[in-house]
Design a protein around this ligand. Structure first.
Ligand SMILES: [Zn+2]
Length: 413
């Protein structure tokens, strides 16, 4: 059974070129074939075989290493020696399913088993081999290299689709949305023909891409207005994103307490109240969103109320400083640890959308106070967070010039 699983895995992973690799001596043989195939003069980078060919075997689920190796005709004694030799680096008795490995055989005598190489992570390899009759294990840590890659897109239907169209990993478009969260409300201000571009570090081991590093620079054009962000990197440390002039992209308050929701009722001095059936001002902004949608603190501050408050139902009030306060009403529940006196930071989830108190359906009623007075948050220009300190401006200018120059050219019409 195990043998079948292994064979199937090997066949699947080797794909069309499988016939070639079934022989246990494939390793040396294939490397030379690949070199032949890449002899064309244009090729300067050495070609590396795909992972599935370099490590054709996979430990199946619910299987011990011993079971797997026994099915590959490796003796119990050899397995014992391999496990013992690897012990200083890894306990192979607890190998994780999905771990890939390759086997080595003697070139003179292909029936003579010589060694095994495990790939625990793209970075960590353990090579166990028999040298002069004894087994030795060596741990190999592969160096990670980074390369800058660029992407750009135009919004045709949604931001997410523009990323898919650009063949970009969706986590990167989320990161871009986080970078510009203070400039653009990505839940409701994205427009058709908005454009974006970015440069980002991609991490490699050899030729194998293993993940993404930091976005170095990015631009988002929203309804014709361009917002540019550049990473401030000082030495090895990433110190956040700033506008090219060194001013902060962050503001004291987020543009919305809800990441994905629509405004169902704006701030109005006079309005007909749907429940009370009388003319009453609407002194906040309503966000329609399903029950349970997380609500974010729009700024740093301290909770001054987290409890039941009549028509407001479950209410949270936050005091940001001596000037600004915000309130969040009709919550289904409070986030863990949120009570009067709790310190909160911008973007922290404080509670969840509900319909408690005087409410016709699940929504967040959000209030914004300036010096104790009800104010329309959508009409406010919020104060900016701190800019790059003047003593660091020279460093910032240097990294800025390099990162901005790595943005791709626009080529849309
Ligand atoms: Zn309301």
């Amino acid at each position: 059974m195990i043998k079948k699983i292994l064979l199937l895995t090997a066949l699947l992973s080797l794909g069309l070129v499988s016939a070639f690799f079934i022989s246990p001596t494939f390793s040396a043989k294939n490397n030379s074939n690949v070199e032949l195939a890449s002899e064309s003069p244009q090729v300067t980078v050495p070609v590396e075989l795909p992972l599935e060919q370099r490590y054709p075997y996979v430990v199946p689920p619910k299987t011990s290493l011993s079971q797997v190796l026994r099915s590959l005709d490796i003796s119990a004694q050899e397995i014992h020696s391999i496990v013992q030799a690897a012990m200083p680096h890894r306990n192979l008795a607890r190998i994780v399913p999905g771990t890939r490995f390759q086997l080595f055989y003697s070139e003179q005598d292909p029936s003579e088993f010589r060694g095994i190489k495990f790939r625990f992570t793209p970075q960590e390899i353990i090579h166990v081999q028999r040298v002069d009759g004894t087994w030795h294990a060596e741990k190999i840590i592969k160096p990670v290299t980074t390369k800058v890659v660029t992407f750009k897109g135009v919004v045709k239907s949604s931001l997410w689709e523009s990323a898919a169209e650009a063949k970009m990993n969706p986590t990167l478009i989320s990161e871009l949305a986080e970078i510009f969260a203070w400039q653009v409300d990505f839940a409701r201000e994205v427009q058709v023909n908005d454009r974006w571009r970015l440069s980002v570090e991609q991490e490699f081991i050899g030729n194998e891409a293993i993940g993404w590093g930091s976005i170095l620079s990015a631009e988002y054009i929203n309804s014709g207005v361009a917002y540019t962000a550049v990473l401030f990197r000082k030495g090895d440390e990433d110190l956040g994103y700033f506008a090219p002039d060194g001013s902060s992209l962050k503001k004291m308050f987020l543009k919305s307490p809800i990441q994905y929701g629509r405004i169902s009722s704006k701030f109005q001095k006079r309005r007909f109240h749907p429940v009370l059936k009388t003319a009453r001002p609407h002194l906040g902004v309503d966000y329609a969103a399903p029950t349970g949608t997380p609500i974010r603190a729009v700024g740093d501050g301290r909770v001054t109320l987290a409890g039941w408050s009549g028509g407001g139902g479950n209410v949270i009030k936050i005091r940001h400083n001596s000037t600004y306060e915000t309130a969040y009403k009709h919550l289904s529940r409070f986030a863990k640890g949120i009570k009067s006196g709790t310190k909160v930071v911008q973007g922290q989830t404080i509670g969840y959308v509900g319909s408690t108190g005087l409410s016709t359906g699940p929504h967040l009623h959000f209030e914004f106070f300036v010096a104790g007075r009800y104010t329309d948050p959508l009409s406010q220009k919020f104060p900016q967070a701190a800019a790059v300190p003047s003593i660091h401006l020279a460093d910032f200018s240097a990294s800025k010039a390099s990162f901005l120059s790595q943005l791709p050219e626009w080529d849309f019409n």
